[in-house]
Structures are given as C-alpha cells and as structure tokens.
Ligand binder design. Structure first.
Ligand code: ZN
Ligand code: ZN
Length: 354
C-alpha cells in the first residue's frame, strides 16, 4: 500500500511541476483518500511533504493516513494548517483542486496572503488511470453487484413497489458490500423513461419494463451497472430497442482502445442508435469513469475531452428513452487494457423475465 501511495505522490508531483506549481491544497475527500488513505474529512497540503489537517471527530480515524504528518486541530482547519506549516512550505504558486465554497476561498486568501492560488486540474486526470490495487477492488465491487442483481430478481413480483425493491437493494449493498455507491434507481413502466428516476410507490404489474441501476462500494471504490428487462410478455418495440442498445454497447466495446478520443467512442454507440432511428432518444453520454467516485473522468460523451488510456475504468451505458412509455439502458463496467476493454460486470442481459 505504502509503495502504491508513493507512486501516486510521485505522479502528482510530476504533474504539478508540469503545471508550474510548487504545491497543492486538496479538499476533496476522494483525492485525499487517494494520496494518503485517510477516509475522513480534512484538508491535505502537498508541498515538500504531506500534511493532513483534520478535527477531533476524526482524530482516531486519522491513524489510517500513511506517509503524511497528521495534525488534529480544534481550530478551523485552515488556521490549524497555517500553524502547522513552516514558512516556505509551499513556494509561490499553489494549486487548488476541486470546488471550494466561496467563503472558504476568501478565508484562504486571508490566512495565506503570500500564496498565489491557481486551479490544479491534474488530480482527476491522475485518478482516471487506476493501479492494480484499485482495479482489484473495483472488480470485487462489480462481482458483489452481479451477485446482488441475481438476488434482486427473486424480489420482483406483482404488487411490489419500486421503493420496496430499492430498500431491499440498499440493505444488501450494505450487508454484502460496504454500502451503496449512489441512490439506486428502480423504475417500473413509464418511470423507466426518466434516466435518473427516483424510486416511488408505484407497484409492479405484469406487462411492463423494470430498470435497475445501482452500485456497490468496496473499500471506498465504487461499481455501477444497469439492466432493463420486461416483466411478462414484452411489447414488440421494446424487444427491438433492447437489441439496438445491446448492439450499440457491443460496437463501443469492440472499438474502445487506448489513444481513442472519448468523443469518438461515444460516437460509435450513438451512430448505432441514430441509424436505428432513436438518436433523439439518447440524451446522455455513453459512459463515465468509476473509482473512488462513481462519476469521475473520463467523461465519454459528445462534450467529453481527452483520450482513453490503458488502466482506465469506465462504464458503457447507452440508453433509449421514449417519454411516457418506457426506457432501456444497459450499463457495464470495463477496465481498458492495451488491446481493448475487459468487461467486469457479468449479469445477464435478458430481454424479459416472467
Ligand atoms: Zn449506473
Ligand atoms: Zn453510470
């Protein structure tokens, strides 16, 4: 673990100096966890060394932080940091990552008047390429998700509500994983046409689709997958749309390679959907990176930026939504290898259950 953390820090230092920065201040919990293993709340100063500042709520938990000086302060975190840092710790241009509340930013200018703050954008990019340890955890999370999906099917019977299924799902995500990586989506019938539907009291009836989208957490790492199928005898168009989605997904999986532009990969799946006449009904991006956060770079969409790299973990999730009727989305996770993607979610993609 320590040597993995060291490698991450070396990569960060390299990226910071490429950006002309002498240090960084990190406030995003995922970035802090990535660099020192601490899973609580705090701030991390990166300069000639790493200094983690947290408050007494996390005093004991801060033992999990590795390779950095830990300061537990009863003052405000920035004041605690100011006291802990030696003069010259940071140099002149220091990067700020993530988004900071404006009030905190003003306070930062007050506490460190001599530092030139600028945006550091390298951390998300660093995190988008996973190391072996991260990939192992994400695969574990995906495997647990597959198992839970199998259990979920036995809960589906006429009269069960979306909320009941979602609650059972969350219970299992906590019991078998370490929680839910986001609020699960369980949508029956026309609710499935809203890509981010919230579970309601709608009861399942025979002859309508079911869409489930959920993710597991495993030692901080997330998984994410979606399946859509018809409960009972499916409508003809549903069968067609379901197969268009699978074709779009397969086309993207076949095309994905390191070095490919993310917009191009999105376009491969989008073209299959457009050619089938449903271009207007696919309103979101094809996929997103998954790691310490369930949505992180790369963003694989028409508005995305950058290229795919070996070691990236991302979703491939084309969808077609017919407002007022139903929607179909299939989402799998992949690890991108040198020659193409390895799909790490393996739940069946059947078109119907009964
Ligand atoms: Zn999802
Ligand atoms: Zn997703």
């Amino acid at each position: 673990m320590v040597c993995r953390l060291n490698r991450r820090r070396d990569r960060l230092k390299g990226s910071l100096s490429e950006e002309g920065l002498s240090g960084a201040l990190l406030t995003d919990p995922a970035n802090i966890r990535y660099l020192c293993g601490f899973s609580g709340e705090g701030i991390l100063a990166v300069g000639e060394a790493l200094v983690l500042v947290t408050d007494p709520r996390y005093g004991e938990q801060a033992e999990e932080a590795q390779g950095c000086r830990v300061v537990v302060t009863r003052e405000r975190l920035l004041d605690g940091l100011k006291e802990a840092l030696k003069d010259g710790f940071w140099g002149e241009r220091v990067g700020l990552e993530g988004s900071l509340p404006y009030g905190t930013y003003l306070r930062l200018l007050e506490v460190f008047p001599d530092v030139g703050w600028t945006k550091a954008s390298c951390l998300e990019a660093l995190r988008s390429v996973k190391d072996e340890g991260e990939i192992a955890l994400i695969k574990e999370a995906a495997r647990i998700g597959d198992r839970i999906f199998g259990e979920l099917l036995s809960l589906l019977r006429p009269g069960v509500t979306e909320r009941e299924v979602a609650a059972e799902l969350v219970y299992r995500l906590h019991k078998e994983g370490e929680g839910s990586s986001f609020e699960p989506i369980v949508a029956f019938g026309p609710n499935s046409s809203k890509p981010h539907a919230a579970p309601s009291d709608r009861k399942l009836v025979e002859g309508e689709p079911v869409l489930v989208d959920f993710g597991v957490l495993r030692r901080g790492y997330a998984s994410d997958m979606t399946r859509t199928f018809w409960f009972g005898e499916p409508e003809e168009e549903f069968v067609k749309v379901h197969s268009v989605i699978l074709d779009a997904q397969s086309a993207a999986l076949e095309a994905a390679r390191p070095g490919m532009d993310v917009v191009e990969l999105d376009g491969v799946a989008r073209k299959v959907i457009e050619d089938a006449g449903y271009g207007e009904n696919f309103g979101h991006g094809l996929g997103h990176g998954v790691g310490l956060e369930v949505h992180e770079p790369p963003r694989i969409s028409p508005k995305g930026e950058g290229k795919l790299e070996e070691g990236m973990v991302f979703t491939v999730e084309p969808g077609i939504y017919l407002p007022g009727r139903w929607g179909v989305r299939t989402e799998d996770m992949v690890v991108l290898g040198r020659d193409g993607p390895e799909v790490i979610t393996s739940s069946p993609k059947f078109v119907r259950i009964s």
